[in-house]
Design a protein around this ligand. Structure first.
Ligand SMILES: Nc1nc2c(ncn2[C@@H]2O[C@H](COP(=O)(O)OP(=O)(O)OP(=O)(O)O)[C@@H](O)[C@H]2O)c(=O)[nH]1
Ligand SMILES: [Mg+2]
Length: 348
């Protein structure tokens, strides 16, 4: 079981690949070192589970507690229980079409008598949800250099803060990031990025408020090439005079970036606020129509009691969720691990 978890954690633990993760292999080959490595990796995994559990505390105490209460109050698995469960999942921000899919599968399991009690029902629900959030995608390679990440999303979702958190993770892995302040809509947006740059010792390419965002991006990529930086984060505005402008601006920024590097941006990461519920899904659809989104960062999961939005976003869009934001602190951004997410959500 741990093997899958290890693969998922590979971004966080770049050294994990070289270690055997199977307990029997460990014991057979012997080697105190390997056993110790495994123990420390297990400790890391359990530390992360704890972090996920804390971050998802509101959802665990919210809709998952209600699911538990329902299943164990009723005990008998009948149509009434299933109907109530359906409603609960929808109120937990799992979209109607996802809930329909979940129940088609659950009912099949019930029919073949694979589910006979509440525990089995909960386990089946957990494994269906795990499959739904587990979008198969190779990890972000963060190469070639400079690796260009365009950050998109409506205002207030956490783009700028997430850029800082991500850059902080990459710096700790020895990478050399650069910030580009293409949100020129508000002076405060440029200042905010400058403050993060100063705090993290990361250079910021910026113009004045009201400048052309694409021109800033052009200069930013040019500077990145000249300076030999590894990763570039292009911050963009979440609010312009109209939504059409916002999408057109993003397209223009992409075109301008391509003038320097044809394959760039290598990532277009859409930041979504988990507390926006179904609205987040609508935003994702709109952005994805305007410009191809390569990954999603779901912020503020700590602020919602309806963690089901993760299921909706992953399953409806089939775009990988790359990171989740679980707090306001610098280290409150974690690579999204489907297994850890589901384990944390359903844990007591
Ligand atoms: N609780 C919580 N707050 C977060 C998280 N991520 C970001 N925030 C907060 O959300 C607020 C908005 O964050 P910003 O990074 O300024 O959002 P933005 O998308 O850049 O906003 P605009 O520049 O206005 O488009 C800040 O107060 C952040 O601290 C998170 O994962 N959890
Ligand atoms: Mg911002």
């Amino acid at each position: 079981m741990l093997k899958g978890l290890f693969n998922k954690l590979s971004e966080k633990t770049p050294f994990s690949n070289k270690y055997a993760t199977d307990k029997t292999i460990n014991e057979d080959i012997g080697g105190k070192d390997r056993a110790e490595d495994n123990a420390s990796a297990q400790a890391m995994a359990s530390g992360l589970l704890k972090k996920f559990k804390n971050g998802l505390q509101k959802s665990r105490k919210g809709f998952i507690n209600q699911v538990d209460a329902l299943i164990f109050r009723k005990r008998k698995i009948d149509d009434e229980l299933l109907e109530e469960l359906e409603e609960l999942l929808v109120t937990g921000d799992i979209s109607v079409s996802c809930v329909t899919e979940i129940f088609e599968r659950l009912k099949k399991e019930i029919k073949r008598n694979a589910i006979s009690d509440g525990d089995a029902l909960k386990e089946a629900l957990k494994s269906i949800i795990l499959e739904m959030v587990d979008i198969d995608a190779p990890p972000i390679p963060w190469a070639p250099s400079p690796y260009i990440c365009l950050m998109a999303g409506v205002n207030g979702v956490g783009k700028t803060t997430t850029i800082a958190k991500l850059a902080n993770i990459l710096k700790s892995q020895g990478k050399n990031p650069l910030f580009v302040a293409s949100d020129t809509f508000r002076a405060a947006a440029i200042d905010q990025l400058l403050v993060w740059g100063k705090r993290l010792n990361i250079p910021v390419i910026h113009h004045q408020q009201g400048a052309d965002p694409s021109a800033v991006a052009y200069d930013g990529i040019e500077a990145a090439i000249k300076r030999g930086v590894d990763v570039v984060f292009v911050d963009t505005a979440g609010r312009l005079h109209t939504k059409v402008n916002l999408m057109e601006e993003l397209k223009k920024i992409r075109r301008v970036i391509k003038k320097h590097i044809e394959d760039a941006p290598h990532e277009t990461l859409l930041v979504l606020d988990a507390t926006n519920g179904q609205n987040a899904l609508n935003q994702a659809r709109q952005f994805n129509e305007a410009t191809p989104i390569s990954g999603i960062i779901l912020t503020k999961l700590d602020g919602t009691a309806k963690g089901g939005i993760v299921v909706t976003i992953a399953n409806e869009l089939k775009i990988p969720i790359r990171y989740i934001g679980i707090g306001e602190k610098m280290d409150d951004l974690e690579p999204f691990s489907p297994k850890l997410f589901v384990d944390a959500l359903f844990s007591s």
